[in-house]
Design a protein around this ligand. Structure first.
Ligand code: FE2
Length: 149
Protein backbone atom coordinates (compact mmCIF):
# COMPACT_ATOMS: atom_id res chain seq x y z
CA UNK A 1 0.00 0.00 0.00
CA UNK A 2 1.42 3.36 -1.04
CA UNK A 3 1.56 6.10 1.52
CA UNK A 4 -1.21 8.64 1.27
CA UNK A 5 0.32 11.88 0.12
CA UNK A 6 -1.26 15.24 0.71
CA UNK A 7 -1.16 17.68 -2.16
CA UNK A 8 -2.59 21.15 -2.62
CA UNK A 9 -5.43 19.92 -4.82
CA UNK A 10 -6.91 18.39 -1.65
CA UNK A 11 -7.05 21.68 0.25
CA UNK A 12 -10.56 22.89 0.92
CA UNK A 13 -9.45 26.13 2.62
CA UNK A 14 -11.95 26.03 5.42
CA UNK A 15 -10.71 27.06 8.86
CA UNK A 16 -8.11 24.56 10.09
CA UNK A 17 -9.72 21.57 8.42
CA UNK A 18 -6.88 21.03 5.94
CA UNK A 19 -4.37 20.67 8.77
CA UNK A 20 -6.69 18.32 10.57
CA UNK A 21 -7.20 16.22 7.45
CA UNK A 22 -3.44 15.99 6.98
CA UNK A 23 -3.21 14.64 10.52
CA UNK A 24 -5.92 12.14 9.55
CA UNK A 25 -3.72 11.04 6.64
CA UNK A 26 -0.80 10.58 9.07
CA UNK A 27 -2.84 8.29 11.32
CA UNK A 28 -3.96 6.29 8.28
CA UNK A 29 -0.37 6.02 7.05
CA UNK A 30 0.61 4.61 10.44
CA UNK A 31 -2.17 2.08 10.00
CA UNK A 32 -1.02 1.16 6.48
CA UNK A 33 2.61 0.55 7.44
CA UNK A 34 1.90 -3.03 8.53
CA UNK A 35 1.03 -3.85 4.97
CA UNK A 36 4.65 -4.47 4.03
CA UNK A 37 5.50 -6.43 7.14
CA UNK A 38 5.15 -10.19 7.09
CA UNK A 39 2.54 -10.50 9.74
CA UNK A 40 3.62 -13.67 11.44
CA UNK A 41 4.32 -12.53 14.95
CA UNK A 42 1.75 -12.03 17.66
CA UNK A 43 3.19 -8.54 18.37
CA UNK A 44 2.36 -7.40 14.86
CA UNK A 45 -1.28 -8.19 15.42
CA UNK A 46 -1.24 -6.40 18.74
CA UNK A 47 0.36 -3.37 17.15
CA UNK A 48 -2.31 -3.34 14.43
CA UNK A 49 -5.01 -3.51 17.08
CA UNK A 50 -3.46 -0.53 18.85
CA UNK A 51 -3.42 1.52 15.67
CA UNK A 52 -6.99 0.43 14.96
CA UNK A 53 -7.93 1.94 18.32
CA UNK A 54 -5.98 5.17 17.65
CA UNK A 55 -7.59 5.42 14.26
CA UNK A 56 -11.09 4.96 15.68
CA UNK A 57 -10.43 7.69 18.22
CA UNK A 58 -9.03 10.06 15.62
CA UNK A 59 -11.87 9.43 13.19
CA UNK A 60 -14.38 10.14 15.91
CA UNK A 61 -12.68 13.40 16.92
CA UNK A 62 -12.23 14.60 13.36
CA UNK A 63 -15.79 13.93 12.25
CA UNK A 64 -17.21 15.47 15.42
CA UNK A 65 -15.27 18.66 14.81
CA UNK A 66 -16.14 18.83 11.12
CA UNK A 67 -19.82 18.18 11.81
CA UNK A 68 -19.81 20.93 14.46
CA UNK A 69 -18.48 23.38 11.87
CA UNK A 70 -21.09 22.31 9.30
CA UNK A 71 -23.91 22.58 11.84
CA UNK A 72 -22.76 26.00 12.99
CA UNK A 73 -22.73 27.38 9.47
CA UNK A 74 -26.04 25.74 8.60
CA UNK A 75 -24.79 23.60 5.73
CA UNK A 76 -27.98 22.45 3.94
CA UNK A 77 -26.58 18.97 3.09
CA UNK A 78 -25.40 18.36 6.62
CA UNK A 79 -27.43 15.17 7.11
CA UNK A 80 -26.10 13.50 3.95
CA UNK A 81 -22.57 14.48 4.88
CA UNK A 82 -22.94 13.09 8.37
CA UNK A 83 -24.33 9.87 6.89
CA UNK A 84 -21.19 9.49 4.78
CA UNK A 85 -19.08 9.78 7.93
CA UNK A 86 -21.26 7.22 9.71
CA UNK A 87 -21.00 4.83 6.81
CA UNK A 88 -17.21 4.96 7.05
CA UNK A 89 -17.19 4.50 10.85
CA UNK A 90 -19.51 1.50 10.56
CA UNK A 91 -17.38 -0.19 7.90
CA UNK A 92 -14.18 0.35 9.90
CA UNK A 93 -15.82 -1.01 13.05
CA UNK A 94 -16.87 -4.05 11.05
CA UNK A 95 -13.25 -4.68 10.01
CA UNK A 96 -12.13 -4.21 13.60
CA UNK A 97 -14.64 -6.86 14.73
CA UNK A 98 -13.64 -9.26 11.96
CA UNK A 99 -10.00 -8.85 12.96
CA UNK A 100 -10.14 -11.41 15.78
CA UNK A 101 -11.33 -14.17 13.44
CA UNK A 102 -9.68 -13.27 10.16
CA UNK A 103 -6.94 -10.73 10.89
CA UNK A 104 -5.27 -10.75 7.48
CA UNK A 105 -8.46 -10.34 5.54
CA UNK A 106 -9.84 -7.72 7.93
CA UNK A 107 -6.64 -5.70 7.88
CA UNK A 108 -6.18 -5.85 4.12
CA UNK A 109 -9.79 -4.93 3.45
CA UNK A 110 -9.66 -2.08 5.97
CA UNK A 111 -6.53 -0.66 4.35
CA UNK A 112 -8.01 -0.86 0.88
CA UNK A 113 -11.35 0.62 1.88
CA UNK A 114 -10.03 3.46 4.05
CA UNK A 115 -7.38 4.56 1.54
CA UNK A 116 -9.95 4.84 -1.23
CA UNK A 117 -12.70 6.32 0.92
CA UNK A 118 -10.66 9.12 2.41
CA UNK A 119 -9.42 10.55 -0.88
CA UNK A 120 -12.84 10.28 -2.52
CA UNK A 121 -14.48 11.88 0.52
CA UNK A 122 -12.16 14.88 0.54
CA UNK A 123 -12.43 15.38 -3.22
CA UNK A 124 -16.16 14.80 -3.63
CA UNK A 125 -17.81 15.55 -0.29
CA UNK A 126 -15.63 17.86 1.78
CA UNK A 127 -14.85 20.03 -1.21
CA UNK A 128 -18.59 20.33 -1.86
CA UNK A 129 -19.32 22.13 1.41
CA UNK A 130 -16.17 24.25 1.24
CA UNK A 131 -17.49 27.18 -0.86
CA UNK A 132 -20.69 27.34 1.19
CA UNK A 133 -18.86 27.45 4.52
CA UNK A 134 -16.34 30.00 3.23
CA UNK A 135 -19.13 32.36 2.12
CA UNK A 136 -21.06 31.93 5.38
CA UNK A 137 -17.92 32.58 7.38
CA UNK A 138 -17.17 35.69 5.35
CA UNK A 139 -20.70 36.99 5.92
CA UNK A 140 -20.48 36.28 9.64
CA UNK A 141 -17.10 37.95 9.94
CA UNK A 142 -18.30 41.04 8.09
CA UNK A 143 -21.68 41.42 9.67
CA UNK A 144 -22.64 45.08 9.88
CA UNK A 145 -23.50 45.82 13.49
CA UNK A 146 -27.16 46.70 14.03
CA UNK A 147 -27.71 50.40 14.51
CA UNK A 148 -29.01 51.42 17.91
CA UNK A 149 -32.28 53.25 17.91
FE1 FE2 B 1 -16.36 15.03 5.80
Amino acid sequence: MDKLEWDDSLNINVLDLDNKMQAFFDVLNRFFQFDSIKRKKEEDYEAILEVFADLAEYINQHFKYEEKVLREFGYPEFKQHQKEHQRFVKRMLGYRRLFSDEPDKAYNDAVKYSSQWIVAHVKDDDSRYAPFVRVQKHLNDNKVPQKRR
